[in-house]
Design a protein around this ligand. Sequence first.
Ligand SMILES: [Zn+2]
Length: 212
Amino acid sequence: MSKNFLKKTIIKNMRYLVKTKMNLGSEGNISIKFKNGFLIPKSGLNPCDMKIDDIVFIESNGHFSKSLKPSTEWQMHHNIYKERTEVSAVVHCHSMWASILSCLRINIPAFHYMVSEMGGIDIKCSKYATFGTLKLAKKVVLALKERNACLISNHGQVTIGYNIEQATHLAFALEKLAKQFYFCLLSNKNKLLSKKEITESLKLFSGYKSTH
Ligand SMILES: [Zn+2]
């Protein structure tokens, strides 16, 4: 796919996240792998005003054009691509329910079999670090270990995928699970799946193939 096509895809998906209230204004960011690096929007832009020239290319060694300041979380995206070579797209949101759970700093356990869609028997919440730092980037990579999604403490969520469609889908799926789990927490009567039950579900989801 051409560089311009991928830039347009980023803008289209960033606008979609604002339209669907997954992000507000310039919150969050999306990146897509390209050649030996990845493409990501400039810092602090509202997706409605984004143009093709506002998407920055960052090389695999972290270098980018001095004239274009990338999104504050570019190091998070950079570290994910470095550690997870199978990943082609990263979606980061400050969506309502995922952010609420992230402020509780708790992992989402196997309360629903769809938790396994995120690649593991639970969904981790990364340890807290200041936004835009390398420290946060490292903590997020740890929380994503053997997973396609995680919460980010007192911040939001991040999802990864083989392509942008998958990473975006998982962002919405995680938001839905976060909302469901929040109400389960309130009721205090939630019954969790056993390790055997969630592992069976996980096997069916392996290879990212869902027939549900
Ligand atoms: Zn953020």
